[in-house]
Design a protein around this ligand. Structure first.
Ligand code: ATP
Length: 441
């Protein structure tokens, strides 16, 4: 048996649509750029990842969670620098009118869309924030923004959380939520969207201790991605140097994944100094200082180490990584399989009666009802057993339980392993124990 990895994002996008992971938003109206809807299997996969992140981040003493609102006082975005500086350089092709990010294409080369030469406009800055109006009067004083990142809701709640939860430095605040960016060129499926979800954590530390915290979080975050089953050789570090480093940051590394389009950012870990809290202190006129009882009640604005990962991008990486095409000489035996780590797989077990008749379906339904108490399970009785296995392979279900005629005689079933495709005969009343052993995490 030989196998190949995912070669093109289009292959994954088509599987995702066919099997209920992801659909284009408002598809019946021709879609809308950079927006996607998660189907039943996609949302299950995404929630599994989100829950794993939430647990890794907040089931510990030094990090707590919040859920802040998407719409905020517009001065927040002045203070954070987004109103004046959250922009990408944009060029237009005068020939085909397509728009590109000037830092993502080589403008000395022909237009990647129509091939016209020397037809690009000069780069102009394009602010990525979506604007909307708050209240019944539409004037400039009612302009609010859809948040382009979740982090500012954490910064503006720093003292609320610190005092209400009696947190001592170093401590962190985590949140998961939607962010919106009017990206110039959304694309690569759900890699770059205009509406997406972020999982961010701000870790507040005493100035001077940020390097130690940074290195600890670097290690923790890499381990988290590995714990989801992503292959080590598909991950690498990219350090921000020179111009790439934001003016307020004293260190920044990205975790990159090798997507079909090449190595690209999945998570950023940034040492942001006291920039954000310092700016909020300046713009709000409210002190953002921490009183350090462990250091003679010294007052200071803490430094911040941030970990910021896109939930959709992470979901995409998990799917890209799991995707395999397997061949066995002739094409007949070809199968596509998503080799998800069982921890993240949307469906953990499928129950498949060989036939509808002869009481097999009823026996299978009883087993399914039992298993459903503990696992996200599927019941499928339609079509040939081979086709049903292929479907479960394509959605990454680690185990299939088949009820056949032998079950009627001796109350045993077969359990098929997705990756090895081996089948084991197990007593029906031992299936729950079997799965408990295999799926313990
Ligand atoms: P890029 O350089 O790709 O535009 P960025 O450096 O602006 O990204 P950050 O602001 O650091 O990204 O955002 C943190 C994380 O949020 C990114 O690592 C990514 O996983 C996710 N993210 C950012 N923009 C998008 C988007 N348009 N669609 C999906 N996820 C995104």
């Amino acid at each position: 048996m030989s196998e190949s990895n995912l070669k093109s994002m289009a292959d994954l996008a088509s599987l995702c649509k066919r099997r209920g992971f992801l659909f284009q938003s408002s598809e019946i109206y021709g879609g809308v750029g950079g927006c996607y809807d998660y189907g039943p299997l996609g949302i299950e996969l995404k929630k599994n990842l989100q829950n794993r992140w939430w647990k890794a981040m907040t089931y510990r003493q030094d990090v707590v969670g919040i859920d802040s609102s998407i719409l905020m006082n517009p001065t927040v975005w002045k203070a954070s620098g987004h109103v004046d500086g959250f922009s990408d350089p944009m060029v237009d092709c005068k020939e085909c009118k397509n728009r590109f990010r000037a830092d993502k294409i080589d403008t000395s080369k022909p237009c990647p869309n129509c091939g016209a030469k020397d037809q690009f406009t000069e780069p102009r800055d394009f602010n990525l924030m979506f604007k909307t109006q708050m209240g019944p009067v539409e004037d400039s004083s009612s302009t609010v923004y859809l948040r382009p990142e979740t982090a500012q809701g954490i910064f503006t709640n720093f003292l609320n959380v610190q005092s209400s939860m009696r947190m001592k430095l170093p401590f962190g605040i985590a949140q998961v939520g939607k962010a919106f960016r009017n990206e110039i060129t959304p694309g690569n499926f759900i890699f770059r969207m205009r509406e997406f979800e972020q999982m961010e954590m701000q870790y507040f530390v005493k100035p001077g201790t940020q390097v130690e915290a940074f290195e600890k979080w670097q290690e923790d975050r890499l381990q988290w991605h590995l714990s989801n089953g992503v292959r080590k050789e598909k991950l690498r570090w990219h350090e921000h140097k020179g111009n790439e480093l934001a003016h307020y940051a004293d260190r920044a590394f990205d975790i990159e994944y090798e997507f079909p389009q090449g190595w690209d950012e999945m998570e950023g870990i940034h040492s942001r100094t006291d920039f954000d809290l310092g700016r909020h202190e300046e713009f709000s006129g409210k002190s953002q200082k921490y009183v350090d009882q462990a250091d003679g009640n010294k007052k200071y604005v803490p430094y911040v180490v941030e970990t910021s990962v896109g939930l959709d991008r992470c979901t995409l990486a998990i799917m890209c990584d799991a995707y395999r095409k397997e061949f066995e000489g002739d094409k007949e035996k070809e199968r596509v399989v998503l080799k998800f780590d069982p921890k993240v797989a949307p469906i953990k077990v499928a129950v498949l009666p060989l036939m509808k008749k002869d009481g097999l379906e009823e026996k299978a339904r009883n087993l399914f009802k039992d298993l459903q108490q503990d696992y996200m399970a599927e019941f499928d009785v339609a079509g040939s057993i081979g086709k049903r296995y292929r479907r479960q392979d394509e959605i990454g279900t680690p185990y299939c339980v088949t009820i056949d005629y032998e079950t009627k005689d001796d109350n045993t079933v077969t359990i098929r392993d997705r990756d090895a495709m081996t089948q084991e005969r197990v007593a029906m009343d031992k299936v729950a124990d079997y799965l408990k052993d295999k799926l313990k995490f």
